[in-house]
Ligand binder design. Structure first.
Ligand code: ATP
Ligand code: MG
Length: 473
């Protein structure tokens, strides 16, 4: 098996070897190369100690010197070079007390999580595959290096990483490894929210987010996302639905980004302006969309009741769900922008647009222009996870709403106070005292303009404001 190493990686490896050390590309980059995928980054492992690496290269950064990692800088690009190491005893199922350097590559590979991540390669020695990683890649299997139970005792994050890799690669988890996951899942309680968040994000953005079901079946979600278990246990007897809340949720996550190819009904709307493609969303927005789908119905279980019509209803689940979404995202230490947008999208995901220009302007004003495009995608994905018999009308009205939105956007029609042709200062110039009244009048003017955008002119608005003031006297 031959891998084409990037020139700079090859250069670093050769330099280290020239100085009498061993050096290999290792881990994820080897795995991805075998799979024919472009690796995100190239890690190098070497028998040279950090101080020795630093002597060989002109520019280096002490990235994690205590753990043996030095970043070698070549023309502004950084490559992590880590000394072969053995992890000492682990504390609290998360990190080793100390690391020890070794001159033996096999020992370094043995400390790695899965066989597919424990291969090393260089142009001279070829592939070093001690644990059968190549065969496991061929067979599509995630298997721990050595005893799965021991590996999960050492670092419980590996439990979640197993699911995440199986979702990214579409691989099955080997039996022993799966058994050990079930046995050791409680250890995930000892893992920091940040590390869990990283893995969950990768799982959600992967090609197989349905592996969330494996996380559920093995008991992982009960530890890190118990809200999901409650959704899985909640049926929805309603003609809009054919799945439980949990299954509907996963179908929604899957549908995000595939809303167009999934729906043949879309064909007939070719003459309408096509919605934005998922790949056009930035990666931050993709994550916002995936998390919104994961949490959009999170409070359906608590809002469920059987109506007189014999069907289940979930009144108020949007607002309550927004609050719970906020709690979940805070718990996982998300950044404010993601948190804010997901919470608002959960709150508005069921909003019924009134399909007139004025109705749409009012909706944009209420919801916020910044999340409108995301909301259309959320709504489509939500629909595509419902009963297919109900898709067509719902999808048609989403596209109509979206078309109206783009028209309003292109005409730059006023949809908030900031876009109003006059401001508080103008009202003060008319003789009004600064205070609450100014806000009231501006809001009244905005209501007018949302109804009739042609009124958004300075003179017209001043006339209307003066009329309001007169009427009130
Ligand atoms: P990704 O595509 O997400 O970067 P990766 O395999 O490169 O995947 P990293 O987290 O970047 O994953 O780690 C690089 C390598 O370090 C892994 O391939 C694996 O060999 C090793 N590794 C990372 N995390 C662990 C861990 N928790 N336990 C054991 N080995 C690990
Ligand atoms: Mg990596």
């Amino acid at each position: 098996m031959k891998i084409q190493l990037p020139q700079k990686v090859d250069y670093i490896i050769n330099q280290l070897m020239k100085h009498g050390f061993e050096a290999y590309a290792v881990g994820g980059c080897v795995r991805d190369s075998i799979l024919g995928k472009e690796p995100e980054d190239w890690d190098i492992t070497t028998s040279a100690k950090p101080e020795e690496v630093k002597k060989i290269f002109y520019r280096t950064i002490d990235t994690g010197i205590l753990h043996g990692t030095v970043t070698v800088m070549l023309e502004k690009e950084g490559y992590e070079v880590t000394t072969y190491r053995i992890d000492g005893e682990y504390e609290d199922n998360r990190h080793p007390k100390a690391v020890e350097f070794t001159a033996n590559l096999a020992e370094d590979l043995r400390r790695r999580d899965f066989t597919i991540n424990a291969m090393a390669y260089n142009g001279k020695g070829g592939m070093v595959d001690i644990f059968g990683g190549l065969k496991d890649i061929e067979d599509g299997i995630i298997r721990c290096v050595g005893s799965a139970r021991d590996r999960f005792d050492e670092d419980a994050l590996r439990i979640l990483r197993a699911i995440r890799f199986s979702a990214q690669l579409g691989f099955e988890i080997e039996k022993e490894t799966l058994e050990a996951i079930k046995e050791k899942k409680e250890h995930l309680k000892n893992i920091s929210a940040e590390r869990i968040r990283v893995e969950l994000n990768k799982l959600l953005l992967s090609d197989h987010p349905e592996k969330l079901f494996i996380a559920y079946e093995t008991g992982i979600t009960k530890v890190i996302l118990p809200e999901f278990d409650i959704m899985m246990a909640t049926g929805q007897y309603n003609h809009h639905h054919i799945y439980s809340v949990g299954v509907h949720t996963v179908k929604g996550i899957e549908a995000v980004g595939k809303t167009k190819d999934k729906s043949s009904a879309m064909e007939q709307w070719k003459e309408l302006r096509l919605p934005r493609q998922f790949h056009e969303f930035q990666s931050k927005d993709k994550l916002i969309l995936k998390w919104t789908l994961l949490l959009h119905d999170v409070e359906k279980p608590s809002c469920k009741f059987r109506g007189k019509d014999g069907e289940d209803h979930f009144y108020g689940h949007q607002e309550k769900g927004a609050q719970t979404a906020k709690n979940v995202l805070r718990r996982l230490k998300f950044d404010n922008e993601t948190l804010d947008k997901v919470v608002r999208l959960v709150q508005w995901h069921d909003y019924d647009f009134s399909l007139t220009p004025a109705g749409m302007r009012k909706a944009i004003n209420k919801i916020g222009e910044d999340i409108m495009e995301l909301l259309f995608e959320v709504k489509r994905a939500d629909v595509l996870a419902q009963n297919p018999d109900t898709w067509e009308d719902k999808l048609t009205s989403i596209t109509k709403a979206e078309t109206l939105f783009y028209e309003i956007h292109e005409k730059k029609e006023c949809i908030n106070l900031k876009m109003l042709a006059i401001n508080g200062q103008d009202l003060i110039s008319l003789g009004l005292q600064p205070g609450k009244k100014i806000g009231d009048i501006l809001n009244k003017l905005l209501d007018c303009v949302l109804e009739k955008p042609e009124y958004n002119e300075r003179k017209t608005l001043i006339d209307i404001a003066q009329k309001y003031l007169k009427d009130e006297c």
